[in-house]
Design a protein around this ligand. Structure first.
Ligand code: COA
Ligand code: AMP
Length: 639
């Protein structure tokens, strides 16, 4: 590892001349054609990185390391307690599988620029599929396995994939979830019809294949290997859908060049990992964390990545993460605070951690939601390593705030804070007019443009939504949708979303989308979905519904029906389990629902009664209704 640079100097250099800073970083990678100019603007005025360079991410993740002495080093360790499987893939093996699968994709008609949806659990075959798409310039879109067919259908119609790659099923603890029927159902709902469905048959569940359309994953592997094609730096690598404020998910786009440069930098500077070391990100390849730190980051850096199929608890116990660290000699681990809370609930004294030799572990990084101080302190005591909370979003693809362990002169992590701006990010806290707020005052979190490489350059086929949703609120700045503050020592705190997005077990969900589903019920006149505090998942959604006049349906029945609708249309992962009937919703005199006030009420935050509210007594009624159902107790007290 190179000697560490100072955080302050690195961050200052990255903001003083972003183009020069990132062009220097780009030189750490092998390009087919080196970029001469780092930063340009496209016809919309959106910033683009490395437009005149050429490279291929699959080459960087695989061929480069095989050519530079890492062919026998483990690239991927697949550890699946739910199927009792442990398999290690060296760089040479992963390259061979990827090159052949890429040949197979090409043989069934997948060309450069075509989209491929991947709907699979955390499996090496899914990683191979991602890298194979990258190899031939196809654009993958991984959809998290917990999403229902309706959500998959929305993504099929938006991405218009040529092929869908799926597994025959997944395993939730000891429950088999067949995936292929979900894909068939999604195809039936979608307008766009992919030419093929490629199915990985797993031992414990066999999928029916439709002759002609459906193909066996193993068949594609029989193709001759193909080489990685040089691609422009701005060529799309993947689309990853994330929840917005409506029912239509947003296709976050990532390109080859900026992504590779940013992830390599982050592996070294943020996580302090050298080539040959081991990272374990306990997430799912369906999320941004999985894309960046199970697959691309570790492989670009020549590290070993642990791919875990299972849950942090009951697989078989709450010590499974610690077993993984010890067994695979993990240096850096990454997970969501909700996973730590799940472990803490089952093993409050951390006894299971003591059964494993955790001496390889240097830090535990957490993200996905704010790490509450109680969880932070518990993890620190149990693991005896620094716990590094760091903040990022699907849109950024890599951390925006962190304690960068690969740079010198960083203040130590502080409980409750996500740290300091990462080089490349000029993070600011502003009020609703865009003026900076004083230290210690909560405001809106924005990042001055240009965003660094790796961040999304736009949304898939929706430049207008990109501009409207992220760039228009504060011209010249990216609006994150989060609220937070900075303390007198410069530490930043991200306190939660200020829009209609909530975080359920580290999964980002749209309350707006749930409201659309609730509003479609014939008995519902109007509704609001709130994220309320939950002991395990951080937040869970609760539906407040006002019934149409003359409707006699009881709370239990409407709850059952609405819970079932959300489960069918979004999926079980939304954890939508409670509905409360209320007489009215708080509105402005012009009839707009006061969502911010409702959020504050649900969070138990102090708030001023808005002067625009038509009837302040409604808030008391809602508060009483939530209390009646014991909804929204703060989680620090309940775990
Ligand atoms: N396929 C099918 N169903 C899935 C699924 C998947 N991939 N993932 C979740 N579900 C289902 C679950 O089976 C469950 O269904 P149920 O209501 O029928 O029981 C529901 O969705 C809720 O799942 P989950 O929130 O995962 O609850 P859980 O009790 O199974 O596990 C935790 C709770 C906290 C252990 C788990 O949520 C967890 O590990 N969270 C960490 C999340 C994470 O790492 N996020 C990444 C962000 S960095
Ligand atoms: P996602 O796009 O799914 O990664 O979710 C991003 C959202 O998760 C952010 O907008 C935040 O609301 C939240 N988030 C992620 N990391 C953190 C963190 N370290 N602290 C607080 N909130 C976080």
């Amino acid at each position: 590892m190179k000697p560490a640079c100072s955080y302050a100097a690195t961050h200052a250099a990255s903001l003083a001349d972003p183009a020069a800073f990132w062009l220097a970083q780009a030189h750490h990678l092998q390009w087919d054609k080196l970029p001469t100019k780092a930063l340009t603007q496209d016809k919309n005025g959106f910033y683009r990185w490395f437009a005149d360079g050429e490279l291929n991410t699959s080459f960087l993740c695989l061929d480069y390391h095989v050519q530079h002495g890492r062919s026998e080093q483990p690239a991927l360790i697949y550890d699946s307690p739910v199927t009792n499987t442990l398999r290690t893939y060296t760089y040479a093996e992963l390259l061979d599988l990827t090159a052949r699968f890429a040949g197979g994709l090409r043989a069934i008609g997948v060309a450069q620029g075509d989209r491929v949806i991947i709907y699979m659990p955390n499996l090496p075959e899914a990683v191979v599929a991602m890298l194979a798409c990258a190899r031939i310039g196809a654009v993958h879109s991984v959809v998290f396995g917990g999403f229902a067919p309706h959500e998959l259908a929305l993504r099929i119609d938006d991405a218009e994939p040529r092929v869908i790659i799926c597994a025959s099923g997944g395993m939730e603890f000891d429950r088999v979830i067949p995936y292929k029927p979900l894909v068939d159902e999604a195809m039936a709902q979608a307008t766009h019809q992919p030419a093929h469905v490629v199915v990985l048959q797993r031992d414990f569940v066999t999928a029916n294949l439709q002759p002609g359309r459906d193909l066996d994953y193993q068949e594609l592997l029989r193709a001759a290997p193909v080489a990685a094609v040089p691609l422009p730096g701005t060529h799309p690598l993947y689309i990853l859908y994330t929840s917005g404020t409506t029912g239509r998910p947003k296709g976050v786009l990532r390109d080859h060049g900026g992504h590779a440069v940013a992830l390599r930098f982050s592996m070294e500077a943020v996580y302090g990992l050298a080539p040959g070391e081991t990272m374990f990100a306990g997430s799912d390849i369906g999320w941004a964390v999985g894309h960046s730190y199970i697959v691309y980051g570790p492989l670009i850096q020549g590290c070993t990545s642990v791919l875990f199929e299972g849950k942090p608890v009951r697989t078989p116990d709450a010590g499974t993460f610690w077993r993984l660290v010890a067994q695979h000699q993990v240096q850096v681990m990454f997970t969501a605070p909700t996973a730590i809370r799940a472990i803490k609930k089952e093993d409050p004294d951390g006894l299971l951690a003591r059964q494993h030799d955790l001496s390889s572990l240097r830090q535990l990084f957490v993200a996905g939601e704010r790490c509450d101080p109680a969880t932070y302190t518990w993890a620190e005591n149990v693991l005896q390593v620094p716990i590094v909370d760091h903040w990022w979003q699907t849109e950024s693809g890599w951390p925006m705030l962190a304690t960068l362990v690969g740079l010198e002169g960083m203040p130590p992590p502080r409980a409750g804070s996500a740290g300091f701006p990462v080089p490349g990010y000029d993070v600011q806290i502003v009020d609703e007019e865009g003026a900076p707020v004083p230290t210690g005052t909560t405001g809106l979190v924005v990042v001055k443009l240009p965003l660094p490489p790796g961040c999304f350059p736009t949304l898939w086929r929706d430049d207008a939504r990109f501009k409207e949703g992220y760039l228009s609120t504060f011209p010249g700045y990216y609006f994150s949708g989060d609220g937070g503050y900075r303390d007198q020592d410069g530490y930043c705190y991200i306190m939660g979303r200020v829009d209609d997005v909530i975080n359920v077990a580290g999964h980002r969900m749209s309350t707006g989308e749930m409201e659309e589903i609730l509003a479609a019920h014939p008995a519902v006149a109007e509704c609001a979905v709130l994220g309320i505090a939950d002991a395990l998942r951080g937040q869970v959604p609760v539906g407040l519904v006002v019934l149409k006049d003359g409707q006699a349906i009881g709370e239990e029945q409407i709850e059952r029906e609405l819970v079932s609708s959300v489960r069918t249309q979004i999926g079980a992962l939304a954890c939508f389990r409670a509905v409360v009937i209320v007489k009215r919703l708080p509105k402005t005199r012009s009839g707009k629902i006061l969502r911010k006030t409702l959020r504050q009420l649900a969070d138990g935050e102090a708030f001023g009664i808005p002067s625009t509210i038509d009837d302040p007594l409604i808030l008391d009624e809602i508060s009483t209704a939530l209390q009646r159902r014991a909804l929204g107790t703060a989680f620090e007290t309940s775990v």
